[in-house]
Design a protein around this ligand. Structure first.
Ligand code: NAD
Length: 500
């Protein structure tokens, strides 16, 4: 069965058949075929009005009850994991186990948020004044805009929406224009959960369809106090000043350029396996994809030889096939940027040790490539740039200081890791003098985070944190409350202000 037919069958399961007349064309990277044509939104004003009204009703629903809606959404995802996971694969080209993993991540964050709905704890603070109490409480914030990228078309939505909803907010979601189908299917599952819940206000989740233009309208709207946007650093640079100019908040999850430091003491078996998965998984199209291998010069030859062998055994092809490990790139633009990066790397003195070539498919509109390993003489311009493709640059070092400098001297600050069995090296890597990234791992790769920790990165990665830990606080407004339950009026800092 070709991708179009399979997608049509899955869409029918979600009650979404007959999507063939819209202006947004959804293509499958698997064979380049048109999966469906979706109508974009000409105007989002009515949806925003409905969403803002839904917020006013939703914030009054007790948080544990709000958690019940998220629980039902998680159940709908569980029941439809196979269909939605396959649709993720059909629309993004990631291998099926990753497509299913993406839906699992949605289920996991729903579970997390259900528990959280009974724990949105504030603080009790010792007041300096007699007969006073001082507390911090967290209140719902308002409509939350979620702008998502193509490479995690639904998981990133769920990270945001599950938390935003239990925190008492409504959600307006603008998915990537490249992945509208998984968004429609997810919104349908949410609708079913809301019907079961009985009492969810209309418009609690609004899906707005379109590209940058629709995104620009959304971020400029004052009714939206928080814009959570995932995508390129370019996109973040455009969004941040617009939101800041109206004193909104933005939570930015932008580009990465993950590195792995491999020291002399490293377990090279572990490092080889971790580097391979992290560099070629999702065909190099993750924000946490390993792009820079910083290896001690004494073990460079051995490690690179092992990697070249591992790359030689990778099964590249249809991501729906059970034994495929590397699916296609998203589209021609992704392929062109990979080729341009390899040309630049050669120009900057790099030696391609393996890969980089396109594997000709039967259909010329699909872009399957062999992941590349490129040894570089220095951390040149192209190495510092995030190319969304499976290119692993290898740099070597002599001193640990040099390794840390290379790791930290790029503009992005998302994910990092070290492979070492030397406690002094690993602890230094994790210390304040070590990795400057939001994620720092020891003896495990930089890609594939769990939902329990806060996810996000520093510098040009945008500084936002999503998912687990206390990331929920970004979706609420904090109120410090002082109550005087006594009969006098003492002022803070001992200020005297006698009034008769
Ligand atoms: P992209 O920047 O092209 O688009 C992302 C989203 O932003 C899309 O929905 C797009 O329509 C919207 N958008 C673009 N410009 C906009 C503007 N000016 N105003 C409002 N909306 C706008 O990114 P992409 O190609 O879909 O995704 C790949 C990028 O996303 C990579 O750089 C990757 O590192 C990054 N990413 C980061 C994370 C993270 O958590 N840090 C996760 C996934 C992807």
């Amino acid at each position: 069965m070709n991708a179009t037919n399979e997608a049509q069958l899955i869409l029918a399961k979600f009650g979404l058949a007959d999507r063939s007349n819209g202006d947004m064309v959804a293509r499958s990277p698997i064979d380049g075929s048109v999966l469906a044509c979706i109508q974009s939104d000409a105007d989002i004003d009515a949806k925003l009005t409905r969403n803002a009204a839904a917020f006013e009703r939703w914030r009054d629903v007790p948080a544990p009850r709000r958690g019940e809606l998220v629980r039902l959404f998680g159940e709908a995802l569980r029941a439809n994991k196979d269909a939605l996971g396959r649709l993720v694969t059909l629309e993004t080209g990631k291998i099926l186990s990753e497509g299913l993993g993406e839906v699992q991540e949605m289920i996991d964050i729903c579970d997390f948020a259900v528990g959280l709905s009974r724990q949105l704890y504030g603080l009790t603070i010792a007041s300096e004044r007699p007969d006073h109490h001082l507390v911090e409480r967290w209140h719902p914030l308002g409509p939350v805009a979620v702008i998502s990228a193509f490479n995690f078309p639904v998981a990133v939505f769920a990270w945001n929406a599950a938390l935003a909803l239990v925190c008492g907010n409504s959600v307006v979601w603008k998915p990537s224009e490249k992945t509208p189908l998984t968004a429609l299917a997810t919104a349908e599952l949410f609708k079913r959960a809301a019907e079961k819940f009985k009492g969810a206000p209309d418009g609690l989740l609004e899906l707005v369809m379109g590209g940058r233009g629709i995104g620009e309208r959304l971020i400029a709207d004052k009714r939206v106090p928080l814009v959570s946007a995932t995508g390129s650093t370019r996109m973040g640079r455009e969004i941040a000043p617009v939101v800041a100019a109206r004193f909104g908040r933005s939570l930015l999850e932008l580009g990465g350029n993950a590195a792995m430091i491999v020291t002399k003491s490293a377990d090279l078996d572990l490092a080889t396996r971790a580097a391979t998965f992290s560099a070629v998984g999702t065909c190099g199209q993750r924000c946490t994809t390993l792009r820079r291998l910083i290896v001690h010069k004494d073990v460079q030859a051995q490690l690179v030889d092992r990697l070249v062998r591992a790359y030689g055994s990778l099964r590249i092809g249809n991501p729906l096939a059970a034994d495929t490990l590397v699916g296609p790139l998203l589209d021609r633009a992704a392929y062109d940027s990979m080729r341009a990066a390899l040309d630049a790397a050669r120009h900057e003195g790099g030696t391609i040790r393996t890969g980089g070539e396109r594997i000709e498919p039967a259909n010329g509109d699909a872009f399957y490539v062999r992941p590349a390993i490129v040894e570089m003489p220095a951390q040149s311009a192209i190495v510092r740039h995030e190319t969304f493709a499976p290119i692993l640059y290898v740099l070597n070092y002599e001193t640990f200081d040099e390794a840390l400098r290379l790791q930290n001297e790029v503009d992005q600050g998302l994910s990092s890791c070290i492979f070492s069995t030397d406690l002094r090296e690993t602890e230094r890597f994790l210390s304040a003098k070590g990795s400057d990234c939001g994620l720092a791992n020891v003896n495990t790769g930089p890609s594939g985070a769990e939902i329990g920790g806060a996810f996000g990165g520093e510098k040009e990665t945008g500084g936002g944190r999503e998912s687990g830990s206390d990331a929920w606080k970004a979706y609420m407004r904090r109120q410090t409350q002082t109550v005087n339950w006594g009969t006098s009026l003492p002022l803070a800092q001992g200020v005297e202000f006698p009034v008769d």
